[in-house]
Write a protein that binds this ligand. Structure first.
Ligand code: PLP
Length: 331
């Protein structure tokens, strides 16, 4: 709250400057732009990479296609073509088969997009070697690589890689300061100086030029300094939660969590039913499919709370009647 501020529309906020400089360095890029949300950062990054009427190829479960309300099409005239990979983990051969041949009657592929970790893939990690191979392939074909790194810090803490190891492979890359890093708001977009200058103009057009946002940038700097290494705690808590569920309902955990997202198969029960039953015990989970729910661990919940939540979810799934008010365990 005491951060020095200025008017960011005039590029005069020293705290935002500091956050952007640190973000660029951390992500292995020349420059960075502080954006309101991850969706806005993706929108601006892909706008830098893909001209109107061209396409971006990505996974069918990508956040940019499932969870940004068609923004890239509605606002920027960009189309998508999607591949399906297990847990959203990139596969170079599959991706290479998707890139359009240069031809006047086919939509031109201007960018490949990858997500790390993959949200709807269940927090799955993109192996660095795969991202490097896709990056080399993209460069060879004169195609951009946009990396949606909303949760890339989780991937780095889990693998030991640096953010720049991934970030420097991309044309444009994002990192959410909210989500697991715990800042109230904000996402960084990083790229070349030229792209960031263009993105800054387009951000203003979208109404995203903000004024004395240094107080928010200060929270982002705090998150970068204090909340990256501790993501390991969230990963441990996710493993504990998954173990508790699996102990009671072994078929519910098809894949153990790689990071902070636990994907839970509800079997014959509907997601809505399981979500409601868990909510009655103060456990909040969300639906990602008709029979799939997920739990996400973060700095707002302790390991003990995650164990208790796993017990509740496990009981609900093990006992068909635990959806009733008087059943289950207390958390
Ligand atoms: C959360 C998220 C975003 C951005 O979300 P906002 O709510 O717009 O900040 C982008 N990509 C992925 C993979 C995400 O999980």
């Amino acid at each position: 709250m005491n951060a020095p501020v200025g008017d960011d529309v005039y590029d005069e906020d020293p705290t935002i400057h500091e956050l952007e400089a640190r973000g660029a360095e951390l992500l292995g890029q020349e420059a960075a732009l502080f954006c309101v949300t991850g969706s806005m950062a993706n929108l601006l990054g892909i706008w830098c990479d893909v001209p109107r009427g061209a396409e971006v190829c990505c996974d069918a479960q990508a956040h940019i296609v499932r969870a940004e309300l068609g923004a890239h099409a509605v606002l920027h005239g960009v189309t998508t073509r999607t591949w399906s990979a297990p847990r959203g983990v990139a596969d170079l051969d599959l991706i290479a088969s998707f890139v359009a041949l240069p031809a006047s009657h086919l939509v031109g592929t201007a960018a490949i997009e990858l997500e790390n970790t993959h949200n709807f893939g269940g927090g799955s990690i993109q192996p660095l070697e795969t991202v490097a191979a896709v990056s080399a392939f993209a460069a060879e074909h004169d195609i951009a690589l946009h990396l949606d790194g909303a949760r890339m810090a989780n991937a780095c803490v889990a693998t030991g890689h640096k953010l720049a190891d991934y970030g420097s492979l991309a044309t444009t890359v994002t990192l959410c300061l909210s989500k697991g890093l715990g800042a109230p708001i904000g996402t960084l977009l990083a790229s070349s100086k030229e792209n960031i200058a263009r993105a800054r103009v387009q951000r203003k057009r979208l109404g995203g030029g903000w004024r004395q946002a240094g107080i928010l940038a200060a929270a982002g700097i705090y998150a970068l300094e204090h909340h990256i290494d501790r993501l390991a705690d969230d990963h441990r808590a996710a493993a504990l939660l998954a173990d508790e569920v699996a102990r009671r309902a072994p078929q519910a955990i098809a894949t153990p969590p790689e990071t902070n997202i636990v994907v839970i198969d509800t079997g014959k029960r509907s997601s809505a039913d399981v979500i409601a039953a868990a909510a009655r015990h103060d456990v909040r989970i969300s639906g990602v499919g008709p029979h799939t729910v997920r739990a996400v661990t973060h700095l707002g919940v302790s390991a003990e709370e995650c164990v208790a939540a796993g017990q509740v979810i496990g009981e609900v799934l093990a006992d068909g009647s635990a959806g009733e008010e008087n059943q289950g365990v207390s958390a």
